[in-house]
Design a protein around this ligand. Structure first.
Ligand SMILES: O=P(O)(O)OC[C@H]1O[C@](O)(CO)[C@@H](O)[C@@H]1O
Length: 542
């Protein structure tokens, strides 16, 4: 029988953390470092080649002990076991949550409803590898007999953000003789600008949609199909050689007119935002090749294993998840900044926004009780060093506490002159400046006039975590993605919420469906006075 888990704020470890926070919440990182010369070496952890330095966080050994205790009292170990064994932990949709099965090795067995899903995963991976191989070699020909040189992924949310993030991240490994583009927005500009300079005879569309009913994706796919057929002389038969689909919904794929032989399947136990290792990653596999894609899966698998087996005190995703809870709930920090010092990770913050906020932006516990504590913070960020010349001012001297995740790699994929050392000097310097700041005494000692001193003081004590890896490879990206996935899981378990549904996006969809027909008629729209007025104005102006 599952042990009863008390409401979050009634758990003994929570209460202990509250009183501990009163004791150490204001202690400065300068003091913590001055009192413990080993701190920077000790408050670190590493696994699967990722090095996590969490020493610049406002924690002591006691804090970490209590946070780990909180994870235990929240039943984290059982919940991890439940996820990995295919239990239907997405309770509001009655679904298993098995993105870990997408990267399980062929020999593994994970049963859902009496079936080993790992066999199905590998059957699809084999089909993807065959298709990717034929595209990349030029064996797969378009309708006019020309090889495919352009791949356009049409999808949105998890059917876009994972593929586009992974493509950007792994561009170094991609086939540079091909172009890869991503259409997501319903704004006609997205599809128009994407297709503007492409030759339909050499273009393949991957329509990626779990449900195959998403309005944005279906509308963009229809426009792409019209563009293709028109560009190839009006021959509808061209669609078969230029469209592939990735979906859980074979019926809808066939209805759209895509040959289901060109359909790559995934399953309802893969959440959209957890799907980049599934067939949703088809564009990634075409770009970097099957071997590269298997490398990505291998990296994820290593982090999955670490998460599943390592004790919480040395478990990277658990530590990161617990630190997020510590700042969100005890310091009241409303956001987390993710700052990759790697240009190829420029879409990583956007990817993480869906992963974190669609997962943990919830207001009730699993049993439907309204929470009286904060859940997911807002995640945001930009690659360094660009952010330094824009919003870092607020992180350094603003009034809000913004925990930062710095992500950096020891080796550059593009070693040019001193660029990489300068980049790394900056990431280390930022974390140092945030933690230790500059005192009024130090500012004065530089000869600063008295009136200017307060403006030039850096309070410091601003927490950050640094993730350091050797080099951005498919494996490393897989580890990083799985690290954040499991950190999100850890947070969700502590907060006792369903991290795998997304009911919050439904209302807007329903209202848009109601408004759409009203935009074309002259009947009185049936909404509040602001919405009615906006609809009327739009009708006049359009
Ligand atoms: O893959 P689909 O079914 O088109 O859904 C796209 C996205 O829409 C959502 O359901 C809601 O925004 C996401 O969770 C999902 O990733």
């Amino acid at each position: 029988m599952t042990p009863h888990i008390p409401y979050l704020t009634a758990r003994p470890a929570w209460k202990a953390l509250e009183s501990h926070f009163n004791d150490i919440g204001d202690v400065h990182l300068r003091t913590l470092f001055a009192d413990d010369s080993e701190r920077g070496r000790r408050l670190t952890a590493q696994a699967a080649g990722l090095y996590l330095d969490y020493s610049k966080n406002r924690v002591t050994d006691e804090t970490m002990g209590l946070l780990v205790e909180l994870a235990k009292q929240s039943g984290l170990q059982d919940r991890i076991a439940a996820m990995f064994s295919g239990e239907k932990i997405n309770i509001t949709e009655n679904r298993a949550v098995l993105h870990v099965a997408l990267r399980a090795s062929r020999q593994t067995a994970i049963m859902v409803d009496g079936e080993n899903v790992v066999d199905r995963v590998h059957a699809v991976l084999d089909k993807m590898a065959d298709f990717s191989g034929r595209l990349r070699s030029g064996e797969w020909k378009g309708h006019t007999g020309r090889p495919i040189r352009n791949v356009v992924n049409i999808g949105i949310g998890g059917s876009d953000l994972g593929p586009v993030m992974a493509y950007e991240a792994l561009q170094h490994y991609s086939d540079r003789s091909m172009t890869f583009r991503f259409v997501s927005n319903i704004d006609g500009t997205d599809v128009t600008e994407t297709l503007r300079d492409l030759d339909p005879a050499e273009t393949l569309f991957i329509v990626a949609s779990k449900t195959f009913t998403t309005q944005e994706t279906m509308t963009n796919a229809q426009t792409a199909r019209d563009w293709l057929v028109k560009g190839l002389g009006g021959d509808k038969d061209a669609v078969a050689r230029h469209f592939a689909a990735v979906s859980t919904n074979a019926g809808k794929v066939a209805e759209f007119g895509i040959d289901t032989a060109n359909m790559f399947e995934f399953w309802d136990w893969v959440g959209g935002r957890y799907s980049m290792a599934s067939a949703i990653g088809l564009s990634t596999m075409v770009a970097i090749g099957p071997e590269g894609f298997y490398g990505l899966l291998e990296g994820m698998r290593q982090m999955d294993e670490h998460f599943r087996t390592a004790d919480f005190g040395h478990n990277l995703p658990v530590l990161m998840g617990l630190l997020t809870v510590w700042y969100a709930n005890f310091f009241g920090a409303p956001t987390v900044a993710v700052l990759p010092y790697e240009q190829h990770l420029n879409r990583f913050p956007a990817y993480l926004q869906q992963l974190t906020m669609e997962s943990n932006g919830k207001h009730v516990t699993l049993d439907g009780t309204a929470v009286d504590y904060q859940t997911s913070p807002v995640y945001w960020g930009e690659p360094g060093t660009n952010g330094q010349h824009s919003f870092y001012q607020l992180i350094h001297q603003g009034t809000r506490l913004i925990p930062c995740d710095f992500i950096a790699f020891a080796q550059s994929l593009n070693p040019v002159g001193r660029h990489h050392d300068i980049l790394m000097a900056n990431v280390f310097a930022q974390a140092e400046a945030l933690a230790f700041g500059k005192t009024a005494g130090e500012v004065r000692a530089e000869g600063t006039a008295d009136w200017l001193v307060p403006h030039r003081v850096f309070g410091g004590n601003r927490p950050s975590t640094t993730i350091l890896a050797e080099r951005l490879t498919p494996e490393a990206l897989g580890k990083l993605v799985a690290l954040y996935e499991h950190s999100v899981f850890t947070q969700g378990v502590i907060w006792d919420i369903d991290s795998f549904d997304q009911w919050g996006v439904e209302l807007g969809k329903q209202l848009a469906a109601r408004i759409l027909p009203e935009l074309d008629t002259n009947t009185e729209p049936g909404h509040d006075s602001s919405t009615n007025n906006l609809i009327r104005r739009y009708r006049e102006m359009k």
